[in-house]
Ligand binder design. Structure first.
Ligand SMILES: C[S@@+](CC[C@H](N)C(=O)[O-])C[C@H]1O[C@@H](n2cnc3c(N)ncnc32)[C@H](O)[C@@H]1O
Length: 265
């Protein structure tokens, strides 16, 4: 296992991790329930799907999702890229267990599941054609080193699709947004049931807000985020705000090869 020193984690950053109160283990059972009425979450998956043809990944690409959570992005990618092999990495046992159940339900057995911190990932250099990392980098300090590791793990010409929640969490705004969509889709009574099933998720999002306030969760703007991805050695193909303006998306390539088509955004 890598030591903090090997990873370049400073005392200050270790202290940040100690301060962290958001526990994905407690979030795991409600993560998918909450997201069923979070259209912005599904839009992120649609966005990724739009990019897939542009990446020209070939017939049997190696794909890795870092901070893969309950596996929703891998399930979508499994549909979008037949023939791909997948690695699911996440530090949290309960999130991974939920993902395992979902992969089993979908009769997908060829996904390698790694229970590990991104920072301790021990993949070979030039192993992957595509790395996806959605809303996990903000708790993978030092982010600059995590991004450099992603760059190392990609093959030349490989792609990074990274989304990171960088703005201050407004738990009330998200609760209203999701409740509104639940009521619109299934009616008021169903919305109340839905909300009752989100209490732990709500609590964990309040912790995330505190983590952001005390520096345990990385906050950033688009320019800082772009700069960090570029400093890790990537060529940036696209950047934009996403996830209702709370997050940034960067699509970037390692050692670009010429792709003639205009990109999808
Ligand atoms: C907000 S969830 C996103 C999950 C998934 N990417 C999605 O969008 O459905 C963040 C996930 O990243 C994982 N995570 C956070 N920091 C991590 C780290 N440093 N190393 C590995 N996993 C991490 C958490 O356990 C959690 O499952």
């Amino acid at each position: 296992m890598s030591t903090s020193k090997q990873l370049g984690i400073s005392g200050e950053q270790e202290e940040d991790a100690d301060k962290r109160r958001l526990e994905y283990s407690k979030y795991a059972d409600q993560f998918d329930h909450q997201n069923q009425h979070n259209p912005a979450y599904h839009e992120l998956q649609d966005l990724l799907a739009k990019w897939i043809p542009y990446f020209s990944l070939g017939t049997s690409p190696a794909v890795c999702d870092l901070g893969a959570g309950t596996g929703s992005f891998i399930l979508r990618l499994h549909e979008e890229i037949p023939g791909a092999s997948f690695v699911h990495l996440d530090k949290d046992k309960n999130m991974n267990n939920r993902a395992r159940e979902k992969y089993k339900q979908a009769s997908i057995s060829d996904i390698r599941l790694v229970e590990e911190l991104i920072q301790n990932g021990s993949f070979s250099s030039e192993q992957f054609d595509l790395i996806v990392c959605v809303n996990a980098l903000n708790t993978a300090p030092p982010q600059q080193i995590s991004l450099s590791m992603m760059h190392r793990w990609l093959k030349p010409g490989g792609w990074l699709f990274v989304v990171d929640f960088g703005r201050k969490q407004n738990v009330f705004d998200w609760a209203v947004y999701c409740a509104y969509h639940a009521a619109k889709k299934d009616g008021f009574t169903s919305m109340l049931k839905y909300a009752a099933g989100c209490t732990q998720a709500f609590k964990q999002n309040l912790f995330a807000k505190k983590d952001q306030a005390n520096g345990a969760m990385w906050l950033h703007g688009m320019d800082e985020f772009r700069e960090m991805v570029a400093s890790a050695g990537f060529d940036i193909e696209h950047s934009s705000q996403c996830y209702r303006g709370y997050a940034d998306l960067v699509v970037a390539q390692k050692d670009p090869i010429v792709v003639p088509e205009p990109n999808p955004l």
